[in-house]
Design a protein around this ligand. Structure first.
Ligand code: IVH
Length: 692
């Protein structure tokens, strides 16, 4: 331990933070509140900013501080990542047990010790720790070669950047496991996507895989991925000698002892009967877990036995995946209806005769779009196979064609309407788009859905403004846009169905109270395409309110950390539309708050002039911050940014694939710094906000 008090505090803070990360993300048993945790992290960030020489790669502040990634590089697995053979019923598990016993030449009646584990429905990952530090994370790929996704793996808070060791640190170790998205994170993410009119992910597995493919570690951190490790490869000990625990159960305990996340429901089973009981139990109990599993993995415990059993080209002979059956049911498809969404998307859905499936009564299934209906050839009147697998919303697998009447009695194929079912405007669809949209700005269906969104809890939070009320308000022509909600009186409301005097007064008070919500809620509530709650918050924090936003250029909007070009283009188009400007003016006129406290995360006052008098040049691509953001950050601190390097240049910031500016800087002896150092110099913390 050092005698330097700062260094000592930094070391203590790191240990404390990792301890609490483990309590929260690995053991799911926190000991402190988020606020207390954030205080530790903030203090560490502060100390590291003041003493950049103390920053180490395994510091918890460095999770999202990875270097530029233009794409992932492919790397070969030292040992191929095999897949597992599948068993679909208990007889197949018994047959597996028979093969194992035969392979091990066991006497009849001798039970094999197995370890049964939950089969996490995610994507497999290989982690490498060298001298106790996380050095690499690689996807399975084709089993022989995978992609190096280290920067994203580092952003997963359950995965320690350094192993916890009480004894000696192992020289080299590789372990394998699964990355997944807990259901709650998945739901939150899809709600945000739906609100921003982005296509939702079909299931948590796809969402986890999609997230790991992004080149933005900060996004990975925000999404809240989890990880579980379930396989330890033979490793090199302190002196480089091979070390391996004698059994798989012991290996799992070793992994957990290093502070790695290990799914805790695994069980050592004496013989296949106990394994089968475990499988039966989890087929029933799986819905109580906070993440998806698609089966149970059965593994021979003793490692020497595994070696004797060996492997085929594709699978180890010592393990088997028992796959739960996807829950399916058949029912009659009564009719195919279409609905109009808030953004005008007109989508077909199946109305089903009620049927029990995976513990709920299903009466509706998605049909995505007209092309999907045609591809599956589902028709009103068909008996259909419905499935609720990894997907949250039930889907139609196929029509049972053998049960479809033939000849004249055959049901007719579905025909997508050409006009909006509500306002009868001709539907349009963009080139390469599968979705048809109603382009009518005053379509009552769009308006109703829009008002419900505007009133929703995370937008203006107007309690009591539900579907039946919104329908009446729109159908009677009392409300034609969100601003007109504020012109309603208790008297007008009193004239509506099922609206007692008291409720009318309450609703008016609710509507009135919502005027005080800050502008980020208004902006989110207006339902601008791609602008979710998070983006609305970032925009309003940066530009302060409607005025600042109206004056902002597309480039300035794009430069907001966390706002990409798609969101920026969408918000700019919205602001430039005369109709939307009119709506903003009307909202302002009725007294809705159009501003918020101005907090610019990049230009904080205490660092304002730290680069005064310095001239910067940026070359290459920066990973965590755009050029525009970097420029703004420098200028906010009193520095200047120019396009070419000269003797007058103070410093060149070098990103990935730098151009000739780097050579020039070197020949002139101008200082060059990488992105990480640059972030420190502008005192931008490496961590995104904690998402819990
Ligand atoms: S063991 C050689 N254990 O399932 C042994 N796999 O269908 C490698 N999986 O590729 C795998 N949970 O991605 C193992 N507890 C678990 C698992 C698990 C999920 C995944 C893994 C594997 C796939 C095979």
């Amino acid at each position: 331990m050092s005698t330097d008090p700062i260094k000592e505090e930094v070391n203590t803070l790191r240990a404390v933070i990792r301890h609490h990360e483990e309590r929260y993300y690995v053991l799911h048993d926190p000991e402190i509140s988020d606020t207390e945790f954030d205080r530790f992290l903030h203090r560490l960030t502060e100390l590291e900013a003041a003493h950049p020489e103390l920053v180490t790669p395994d510091s918890p502040t460095q999770r999202v501080a990875g270097r530029a990634v233009d794409g992932f590089t492919t790397v070969e697995h030292a040992v191929p990542m095999l897949s597992l053979d599948n068993a679909y019923d208990e007889a197949e598990l018994e047959a597996f047990d028979e093969r194992v016993r035969k392979g091990l030449e066991l006497e009849p009646g001798t039970a094999v010790t197995y370890v049964a584990e939950l089969k996490i429905d995610g994507l497999s990952i290989a982690l490498h720790y060298r001298d106790g530090l996380l050095v690499r994370g690689v996807t399975r790929g084709d089993g022989v070669r995978g992609e190096d996704v280290t920067s994203n793996v580092r952003a997963i808070r359950g995965i320690p950047l350094a192993l916890k060791t009480t004894t000696a640190v192992p020289r080299d170790v590789e372990m394998r496991g699964e990355i997944f998205l807990p259901r709650a994170s998945f739901d939150r993410m899809n709600t945000e996507r739906a609100e921003a009119d982005d296509t939702p992910f079909a299931n948590p597995r796809n969402a986890a895989a999609g997230t790991m493919r992004t080149l933005d570690p900060a996004l990975v951190a925000r999404r809240g991925l989890g990880a579980y490790l379930y396989h330890l490869l033979e490793r090199k000990g302190v002196g480089g000698e091979p070390v391996r625990p004698s059994g798989h159960g012991a290996a799992l305990e070793q992994l957990a002892g290093w502070g790695l996340p290990v799914e805790r429901h695994w069980r050592r089973c004496n013989g296949m009967t106990e394994v089968i009981a475990f499988c039966r139990q989890w087929a029933d109990d799986r819905r109580a877990l906070p993440f998806d599993i698609d089966g149970v993995v059965v593994k021979v415990d003793i490692l020497a036995d595994r070696v004797r059993l060996g492997q085929t080209a594709k699978f180890p002979r010592w393990a088997m995946a028992f796959k739960f059956p996807a829950e399916q049911a058949t029912t009659r498809l009564l009719r195919i209806d279409v609905e109009v969404g808030r953004t005008g998307a007109v989508t077909p859905y199946a109305v089903l005769a009620p049927v029990q499936l995976a513990g709920t009564t299903v009466q509706r299934a998605t049909l995505h779009n007209a092309d999907d209906v045609a591809r599956k050839d589902v028709r009103a009147g068909d008996i259909v196979l419905v499935e609720k697998g990894g997907d949250v919303i039930p889907k139609i697998v196929k029509p049972i064609l053998g049960r479809r009447p033939i000849g004249d009695a055959a049901p007719a194929p579905f025909v997508m309407p050409t006009v909006c079912p509500v306002c009868e405007t001709l539907l349009l669809r963009g080139e390469d788009e599968a979705v048809w949209r109603c382009p009518n700005d005053v379509c009552p269906a769009k308006l109703k859905r829009g008002l419900l969104h505007f009133a929703s809890r995370r937008a203006m939070n107007i309690e009591g403004l539900g579907e039946s009320l919104v329908n009446q308000l729109v159908d009677r022509g009392l409300v034609r846009d969100p601003a007109e909600l504020y012109t309603l009186t208790a008297e007008t409301l009193g004239g509506l169905e099922r609206m007692a005097e008291k409720s009318a007064a309450n609703l008016i008070a609710e509507i009135e109270g919502s005027k005080r919500r800050d502008f980020s809620h208004v902006l989110f509530g207006l339902g601008v395409r791609h602008v979710g709650e998070g983006a609305a918050d970032l925009l309003v924090r940066r530009f302060g309110g409607v005025q600042g936003l109206l004056e902002a250029s597309l480039e300035e909007i794009e430069a907001v950390v966390g706002v990409g070009p798609i969101v920026a283009a969408s918000i700019r188009t919205f602001l430039d539309s005369p109709a939307q400007r009119g709506l903003l003016e009307r909202l302002e006129k009725v007294g809705v708050r159009m501003d918020a406290e101005r907090v610019d995360p990049v230009a904080t006052p205490e660092v304002a002039q730290s680069l005064s008098g310095q001239t910067f040049v940026i070359t290459g691509t920066l990973a965590s911050i755009s050029r525009a953001q970097a420029k703004r950050a420098i200028e906010a601190r009193g520095g200047k940014v120019t396009g070419s390097v000269s003797k007058m240049t103070s410093c060149v910031v070098v990103g990935a694939d730098p151009g000739s500016k780097l050579d020039k800087a070197r020949s002139l002896g101008v200082e060059t710094i990488d992105e990480q150092v640059f972030r420190k110099r502008i005192k931008l913390g490496g961590m995104p906000r904690r998402s819990r």
